[in-house]
Ligand binder design. Structure first.
Ligand code: PL4
Length: 404
């Protein structure tokens, strides 16, 4: 019999979000009358807006015509790649530096294959669990060294604590030389957004220490403060050390449609001088067959002038939810960050175990959240509230939080 992949065996527990779903199911089974509201997983709830939806519909319709039919598109529709470069990066990148994907998470997984088991990993702590779990699966980390409650970490991973004491921005001095740094801004789960000075310090540290940054900008369209950078490439020389992953999931409601992109600049080189872009193209060409052409037609519609108005409207809606949640929590004296330029609110319950707070909120309020420890050791005693939900549900959840 074939032996089990030892890297899978290194994972300490199941993936966070199915675990939350399991606990919700168990609670629902034990309390069949409870009307549970989810502010847990960051999953969009509102319909795709008409202009973008028309792009998707038209994309599907064209496939039924001889002149409109298309098959494999590998690295993506050239017009979409060009549009992404012009809308988000002022045309700074050529289309051979813009890779269309089926979502940011999927590209993060492929990036983990690109950098492989030899990569030295540094992550913000707390962070989106895919960075750590995926690195363990790729063999770039060893086994769990800590307790089941979430204290400790995986062998070989450098956790960069992001706490109230450092304004949720890690100390660049802690980044090991030659590492692959996962950095997310606006951050999941803390909702913190790195400012220009902070990102400059990150980029300078990466260049000085020969690191590559994987910058996850999946929530960039939630930024409202004009002084906050929406992309790492607003920082001088970032194109020499940073790959950016991004997504249509949250801004256009495409969580189920599946569309994203990655920027892999040609200026990024390995220490041995080879091109990272060329290797990425090789990986993508080998294990990925491109995003759906219907999704790409929708993506093109989302990026024209009417589509961008819809992106603004949809993100404004979720930010409205975020404000309601943060206000409700702060009224109860709970310290929070996030929710102003991001769809996540990071609420602090000092001295408490985050899974215990999660259970308390579920039991008393019938509201699902996400326990901070699920995002890393520094998430202990925090709980994440997601702003993705129908407005009446969010309003009802806010009322119920008064029972805390
Ligand atoms: C649950 C920082 C959510 N099953 O949709 P994608 O693949 O373009 O983007 C996924 C993604 C990428 N980067 C960041 C993210 O926060 C997410 C989505 N995260 C959450 O609640 O944290 C959904 C999680 C989903 C998953 O595992 O991604």
């Amino acid at each position: 019999m074939i032996t089990r992949n030892p890297y899978i065996a290194n994972l300490k527990a199941g993936y966070l979000f199915p675990e939350i779903a399991k606990r919700r199911r168990e609670f629902a089974a034990a309390h069949p009358d409870a009307k549970i509201i989810s502010l847990g997983v960051g999953n969009t709830t509102e319909p795709i807006l008409p202009h973008t939806n028309e792009g998707l519909t038209e994309g599907a319709r064209k496939l039924g015509t001889i002149e409109g039919y298309s098959g494999y598109q590998d690295e993506g529709l050239p017009e979409l790649r060009e549009k992404i470069s012009s809308v988000f990066y002022g045309g700074k990148f050529g289309i051979d530096e813009v890779f269309i994907s089926d979502g940011a998470k999927c590209d993060i997984g492929r990036l983990q294959i690109l950098f492989g088991s030899a990569a030295k990993i540094a992550v913000q702590d707390p962070s989106y669990p895919v960075y750590v779990d995926g690195s363990v699966l790729a063999g770039a980390a060893g086994g769990w060294e800590g307790n089941a409650a979430g204290s400790g970490g995986y062998k070989g991973i450098t956790y960069l604590p992001c706490t109230a004491d450092n304004n949720f921005f890690p100390n660049p001095d802690l980044i090991p030389r030659g590492s692959l740094i996962y950095f997310c801004s606006p951050n999941n789960p803390t909702g913190a957004v790195a400012d220009r000075t902070q990102l400059t310090a990150l980029v300078n540290a990466a260049i000085e220490k020969s690191c590559i940054i994987v910058f996850d900008a999946a929530y960039s369209e939630f930024i409202r403060d004009p002084n906050l950078p929406k992309t790492i490439y607003e920082i001088d020389k970032a194109e020499t050390c940073a790959i950016e992953v991004n997504s249509f999931s949250k801004p256009a409601g495409f969580t189920g449609v599946r569309l994203g992109w990655s920027i892999v600049p040609k200026a990024i080189k390995y220490s041995t001088g080879e091109s990272v872009n060329a290797d990425w193209s090789r990986i993508a060409g080998t294990i990925f067959n491109g995003a759906s052409n219907i999704a790409q037609a929708g993506g093109l519609a989302a990026l024209d002038s009417d589509g961008l108005k819809e992106v603004r409207k949809l993100t404004d809606f979720y930010l409205g939810n975020a404000k309601l949640i943060r206000d409700a929590l702060e009224k109860l004296g709970i310290k929070c960050i996030g929710g102003d330029n991001s769809p996540y609110i990071w609420a602090h319950f000092p001295g408490r175990d985050s899974w215990e707070v999660f259970s308390q909120i579920l039991e008393k309020c019938h509201v699902v959240t996400t326990p901070g420890a699920g995002f890393g050791p520094a998430g202990q005693s925090f709980v994440r509230f997601s702003a993705f939900g129908h407005r009446p549900d969010v309003e009802e959840a806010c009322k119920r939080l008064e029972k805390l």
